[in-house]
Design a protein around this ligand. Structure first.
Ligand code: GLC
Ligand code: GLC
Length: 809
């Protein structure tokens, strides 16, 4: 069953039934100021950091679900309704929510009145703009009462939910004309406040939640709205809110538009006050003045549209598969921008207080984003590297506001360092900007320990070399990419976190996943060294890579597939000798991506085993058989019910590793088949089962052993976005930026037919036409502007635009 449809021309997903199987959300904002918005206007806003600078309050995991947002209430005689259906839930005559590129437009129609609410964050501004357009389509005069509503969060979102003894006494506001200012704690320590404004005179307001909603009422039936009378309350403590009250008279056929602005202001210390206790509003007024008319808002909206036109023009596919086109050209790239911005911090599954920017996550997110805004990718790489330790190890995450690493969700994940080689090499291949390697970057945020960025990559590489176990395979540390494979932890206490518990000393658990990863990014490190003339460095590194390949072949092969690990005691994990968890996806992915044992048939055998033992209708599960009991020497992975999360769930992030592995052994049909299984655009028809948004990837789909196979959870913030974009754009469609030019190396099913890609690369536009062949891989002939080029790399040149014709075998 579907709940809407894709409208590719406008790059929107149009929801036509408000009762989606789960709130289907969107993100507003691209830099600094962000909002989450559901299809019924739920969600919240924050400045830079969803934990430390939360502007508005939202309630997670409540009944009713999706509780709190930017709500509008319309009272039309005795009928009260909301344009987004919720919170009032009065049945609407029509409803539509258009989620587009960084904006959402929700339209509700009731009793001849149409209310359209367009929400977006203008470029380079710390404000969410909400343009509300009311139209009277009836034949009589309408006297409407319009109330806005949002609830302030007291800045620190974690404290806001738990430190009630303190914060129920701290709330403070000011109301001046049509602006409600939230100034809680704006004293000596804080230099920031927020405001909510409307560009029209108001006939009343409320800022005290209890008075507005009514003590035992809900957002669905606020007493002030139903009474049709604001109380003009000024909050002192408790829970401050912001609600404007407007009386709007509309003649038949008449339209009126209002602009609401939620803004965030920081003041320098010497400009904090207007007078004693009264905040300085100068900057707020300036911000308001930028968007105080419909014309200004429309212009800002047009700017946002062209911003996205531009971003999405870097990689454009034209093929006969419309679902693939919309995934590649619109939604997958869009999701890559969102994961770049948010890492794993704030979604409807990530509460914005637990996790900041992940070291491994953010490095991986870059591979789907670097072509969009390389300068921001560069900045991110430096930010991440600045938190690294001198021995190459890493904090697992950092807070975006302070950019400092912390151990809140653990440390010592031995895969972490390697992802920095991935992000940096992908960045240089995209841009040709080698200068990043010379940039002085601190270790552990300590400027006195700054070294050229190249040294960080070297530290990453040698962190693996210096941490090998008895089989000369990488020690796993706390865990590798699979956070839940905690082979040294031995936790028997349910009150401990697997992320932060002290590991048992003396463990020598080793990871085949890191081993494969090391071969892939170790080779990239070697290649990079050669590019910059560090040949001795390259030679030295190559020896370690070769040794790792040997160690994997000797100690990492189980006969038919690659082992997953050796545990604390040196016993095999992911082997036919095991009762449960005989085979795992990650090592099959990385060892086949590295092409280990491809000549001996190991890759083919491993991928055949994946097909046989891990694949199912909805994607490839992580391990098989699922764990049914807790295994203390394996940790968190065995705590999950079978078929969920890291215990045999379809953990979508790792599926593209298998797709790429399939392209290494040139099985394009298999690669594409895996791609379509988890790509959301192909799942739209089963939305009621899939549950999450059909326009973005989810982290996990319940696997074959689950209660409800095919049901997804944790949409939006997942490495799945960037890895699938990488797999499809790079490995399958075959457009690969290299140091010395653009390589064309497709691996597509012959049945896929011919296709075109427009790729902007190093300042030029490449119009690439691919003529498919009977195999779907291997370049038979490549011409650039009619001239034959040997090999499959288009050399860098001076032309602004090139026409490329490629014939495949
Ligand atoms: C989550 C984490 C990621 C980890 C994965 C597997 O997606 O964000 O860092 O690799 O789970 O455990
Ligand atoms: C849990 C989750 C895993 C996630 C981790 C982050 O272990 O299962 O997916 O990466 O928490 O803290």
């Amino acid at each position: 069953m579907k709940y809407g449809f894709f409208e590719d021309a406008s790059r929107e997903y149009v929801i036509t039934n408000p009762q989606t199987p789960w709130p289907w959300i969107n993100y507003l904002g691209n830099e600094d100021f962000f909002s989450l918005i559901s299809n019924s206007a739920g969600g919240y806003s924050f400045y830079k950091d969803a934990k430390f600078r939360r502007l508005t309050r939202y309630r997670y995991n409540t009944a009713p679900i999706d509780n709190g947002g930017r709500y509008f209430y319309i009272k039309d005689e005795d009928t009260v309704w909301s344009p987004g259906w919720k919170p009032v839930k009065t049945p609407l005559d029509s409803y539509e929510c258009r989620h587009g590129m960084s904006y959402t437009k929700i339209t509700g129609v009731k009793n001849g009145v149409s209310a359209e609410v367009l929400c977006f964050i203008p470029l380079k501004s710390w404000a969410e703009v909400q343009k509300v357009k009311l139209t009277n389509n009836s034949d009589k005069v309408k006297k409407l009462k319009l109330s806005s509503f949002m609830e302030w969060c007291l800045w620190n979102a974690e404290d806001d939910q738990n430190n009630l003894q303190r914060n129920l006494s701290t709330g403070e506001v000011e109301v001046v004309d049509s602006t409600i200012y939230h100034k809680t704690e704006y004293k000596e320590r804080r230099n920031h406040y927020a405001f909510y404004h409307v560009n029209a005179p108001i006939q009343g307001f409320d800022t005290d939640r209890e008075s507005f909603v009514g003590l035992y009422n809900e957002f669905s039936n606020p007493q002030v709205v139903f009474e049709g009378k604001p109380r003009n309350t000024v909050a002192h403590g408790w829970s401050p809110i912001a609600s404007h009250y407007l009386e709007v008279e509309l003649k038949p056929g008449e339209t009126k538009e209002f602009v609401f602005i939620l803004g965030y202001i920081e003041n320098p210390d010497d400009e904090k006050w207007e007078s004693k206790g009264v905040i300085n509003k100068k900057r707020a007024k300036e911000l308001i003045a930028r968007f105080d008319t419909v014309e200004k808002v429309n212009a800002a909206f047009a700017d946002l549209k062209s911003y996205w036109d531009n971003l999405l023009s870097v990689y454009m596919l034209k093929s006969s598969d419309e679902k693939l086109n919309r995934s590649v050209n619109i939604w997958n790239q869009y999701q890559c921008m969102v994961t770049f911005n948010m890492s794993r911090s704030a979604s409807f599954f990530e509460v914005g207080i637990g996790r900041g920017m992940g070291f491994r996550d953010s490095n991986q997110d870059l591979i789907g984003f670097v072509h969009q805004i390389p300068e921001r990718a560069r900045e991110r790489i430096i930010d991440i590297a600045s938190t690294q330790f001198e021995d190459g190890g890493a904090y697992h995450q950092y807070q975006p506001l302070t950019k400092r690493g912390n151990n809140a969700i653990g440390g010592n994940f031995n895969d972490d360092p390697l992802w920095l080689i991935l992000s940096t090499t992908v960045y240089i291949k995209e841009t040709g900007d080698y200068s990043i390697l010379d940039e002085m970057v601190p270790f552990d945020n300590d400027e006195t320990k700054a070294k050229p960025h190249f040294d960080h990559l070297k530290a990453s590489f040698y962190h693996v070399v210096n941490n090998l176990g008895p089989h000369k395979l990488p020690l796993i540390g706390r865990a590798d990419w699979n956070d839940c494979l905690n082979l040294n932890c031995f936790s028997n206490n349910p009150n401990e976190s697997f992320q932060t518990t002290e590991n048992q000393k003396g463990g020598t658990a080793e990871s085949l996943m890191i081993a494969g990863l090391f071969v892939v990014y170790g080779r990239d490190f070697v290649e990079l060294c050669r590019q910059i003339g560090k040949n001795a460095e390259a030679d030295a590194a190559q020896i370690h890579v070769n040794n790792m390949v040997e160690a994997i072949k000797t100690h990492g092969w189980d006969g038919e597939w690659f082992l997953r690990a050796y545990d604390f005691y040196g016993k095999k994990v992911g082997s036919k000798e095991n009762e449960e968890g005989k085979i795992f996806i990650e090592s099959q992915g990385w060892c086949t991506m590295a092409g280990i044992g491809v000549e001996e048939g190991m890759c083919k055998s491993a991928l055949d085993a994946v097909k046989r033992d891990l694949d199912c209708e909805y994607g490839i599960v992580l391990n098989n058989p699922a764990f049914t009991k807790y295994v203390v020497e394996y940790g968190e992975i065995s705590t999950y019910p079978a078929g969920y999360k890291e215990n045999a769930g379809i953990f979508c992030h790792n599926n593209p590793w298998i797709m790429i592995g399939e392209t290494v052994i040139k099985r394009p049909d298999m690669a594409m088949d895996y791609f379509k299984k988890i790509c959301p655009a192909y799942l739209e028809e089963i939305s009621d089962l899939h549950k999450t948004e059909p326009y973005v990837y989810s982290q996990m789909i319940a696997g074959k052993d689950a209660f409800k196979p095919g049901e997804a959870k944790n949409s939006w913030l997942t490495g799945t976005a960037s890895w699938n974009f990488y797999a499809i754009s790079h490995s399958i469609l075959g457009i690969k930026p290299q140091y010395n030019g653009l390589q064309i190396d497709p691996c597509v099913p012959p049945s896929f037919g011919d296709y075109q890609v427009q790729r902007k690369f190093r300042g030029a536009t490449y119009n690439i036409q691919i003529k498919n062949g009977s195999k779907g891989f291997g370049v038979k002939r490549l011409t650039v502007d009619g001239k034959v080029v040997e090999g499959n790399i288009i050399p860098l040149g001076t032309a602004n635009s090139l026409n490329i014709l490629v014939e495949l075998d």
